[in-house]
Design a protein around this ligand. Structure first.
Ligand code: B12
Length: 476
């Protein structure tokens, strides 16, 4: 059997500091590995990486027996368009959908994508094999765990979903399936050592931040599961000579310090030249011994969810971090010469203009290399979203909405929050101390990419996306 696996999305979405094009579709690579082990051929088309024409899709469909499509809620409309195109070309080809959107909205996913035949609302590694057995006529859909499917115009449910307890039992992602794509190209900004791939070493997160739509909020028993250090090191051995950089995309890679130390010790012993980008770090993991090991093991980039420069806002988000932990972590990261990145959010329900001003000042006081500021989003099934639904402020069909006092979400109008984000970018990056420190650091590193690309990014921002407001809303 030949499977065509598709990541829905839009090339246009890649003009961002942290864009999908930087990340290979790990979910599909895991499914690809399972399918190949089961004896099938697999082709991947990634709509974030190329403009795929109807003709190109049609050619791929001609040689395929089934299609699997993965998407986030943010890419629902692209998934709708692609599904329509698929069934236009071949109305009989089975279309299976999966990924975060399906997991979150469950049977609604088949209403969102009326052309899909089966929706997988769980981890896909076991389920995809069961679906193959169904397509081979050897299994009934009703007996498969974690699916919804169509039966005579009705949506039916398979068996209750099952969680994969032992993550070490999974195959490593079939990375060769996306060899044709060049991931890790941050459109403006960082220049990673090629070739770039990603890795995930755990599923779930032990924390409960109010803005995060955790799988635990909707799936009993999802929990926090980790692969063993040994298993992870084996994967590194496998990719060592093929890749220059690895993006580690765990929600929380450093949370288990013992495991992290074992991984870094192993990488040091291996003598790998691979550079690591830790995509999700918490400031409370910062520890000198651990960070020294990280540096030795090849960590070059670290990205923190910092969220706010106000303790009461951090507490409101249930972030369980403090401002002094933030300062300590960022200082330590700078000491290690990591390219240190952080994200801040504006618009918590308790936030007023003063809080935002404090966050911008706080951000400017930290030795960060890259900062992002964004208005708070109420994401489907986050605790924040649940509270707003319970209080009848948003409907339970709302998938995504930005904080906006005009909609009863917080104290500040959405438009103003966007303006604050723009102003914050400007205030952070256009400081002479920041510019001089980046020039100095570039000379030390003998690497001018961050500087050059950062400037390009700012110029682009100014021209294309954000219109800097003439007046700082603070003074309104
Ligand atoms: C890497 C990552 C990113 C990267 C890459 C994004 C991309 N489009 O590829 C970046 C940093 C760019 C990013 C951005 C965003 N992300 Co993100 N991201 C992740 C993260 C941390 C890891 C994803 C991953 O690789 N997982 C590992 C693989 C193995 O899991 P998987 O993809 O889910 O696949 C499994 C199943 O879903 C299923 N499956 C998947 N596809 C298919 C297809 C078929 C046919 C089948 C049968 C099964 C199946 O089987 C797979 C194996 O078990 C997840 C959290 C997480 N830990 O998963 C959040 C997550 C996916 N992101 C999320 C969000 C909200 C965002 C943003 C909207 C955040 C924001 N406010 O800007 C943006 C969206 C930007 C965009 N345009 O894509 C949410 C998704 C919520 C939703 N309803 O869609 C998640 C779940 C985090 C969270 N809890 O909030 N993200």
């Amino acid at each position: 059997m030949k499977f065509l696996l598709v990541r829905a999305g839009d090339l246009k979405d890649n003009i961002r500091l942290f864009a999908p094009s930087t990340h290979p579709p790990l979910g599909l690579l895991n499914l690809g590995a399972v399918l190949e082990q089961d004896g099938h051929d697999v082709e991947i088309l990634d709509f974030f990486m190329e403009n795929i024409s109807r003709e190109q899709l049609g050619n791929a469909l001609m040689s395929s027996d089934a299609v699997g499509m993965s998407f986030y809620t943010a890419h629902l409309s692209s998934a709708m368009d692609i599904s329509r195109m698929i069934k236009d070309v071949n109305p009989d080809i089975p279309l299976i959908i999966g990924g975060p959107h399906c997991i979150f909205v469950k049977e609604r996913s088949l209403l969102d994508i009326p052309h899909a035949d089966i929706s997988v609302i769980s981890e896909g590694e076991q389920v995809i094999v069961d679906i193959v057995r169904y397509l081979e006529g050897r299994k009934k859909l009703a007996d498969i765990h974690g699916v919804f499917y169509r039966d005579n115009n009705r949506i039916k449910k398979g068996k209750t979903l099952e969680i994969i307890e032992d993550l070490d039992s999974l195959y490593f992602p079939a990375r060769h399936l996306v060899d044709k794509y060049d991931y890790g190209s941050f459109p403006f900004g960082l220049q990673l050592k090629k070739k770039v791939t990603a890795m995930i070493t755990s599923r779930g997160c032990p924390f409960n931040c109010r803005f995060c739509p955790k799988y635990d909020n909707i799936i009993d028993g999802w929990g926090f599961r980790q692969r063993s250090a040994e298993n992870i090191l084996q994967e590194f051995e496998d990719i060592d000579d093929k890749y220059g950089s690895v993006l580690i995309v765990d929600d929380n890679f450093l949370v288990d310090k013992k495991r992290a130390l074992r991984i870094f010790d192993g990488l040091i012993d291996m003598g790998t030249e691979v550079e690591l980008f830790i995509d999700g770090a918490r400031v409370d993991s910062a520890d000198k011994k651990l960070y020294q090991k990280m540096k030795k093991a090849g960590v070059k980039y670290i990205y923190y969810g910092l969220e706010s420069g106000n303790q009461e806002v951090l507490d409101f988000y249930n972030k369980k971090t403090t401002l002094s932990q933030i300062r300590k972590a960022i200082n330590l990261s700078r000491k290690m010469n990591f390219i240190t990145m952080g994200n801040f959010i504006f618009g918590a329900p308790i936030e007023k203009k003063e809080h935002i001003e404090r966050t911008i000042k706080f951000a400017c006081s930290l030795p960060l290399d890259v900062v992002t500021f964004q208005p708070l989003a109420y994401l489907y099934r986050s605790q924040l979203w649940n509270d707003a639904v319970e209080r009848d402020i948003i409907s339970k069909d709302t998938l995504f909405v930005f904080a906006d006092s005009e909609k009863g979400l917080g104290n500040l109008p959405g438009k103003e929050l966007k303006e604050y984000s723009n102003i914050a970018f400007q205030r952070f990056y256009l400081r002479s101390t920041y510019i001089f420190s980046q020039i100095y650091r570039s000379i030390l590193r003998n690497d001018y990419n961050l500087l050059i690309n950062g400037l390009k990014f700012l110029l682009w921002l100014k021209r294309n996306r954000y219109r800097w407001p003439k007046q700082n809303p603070q003074t309104h």
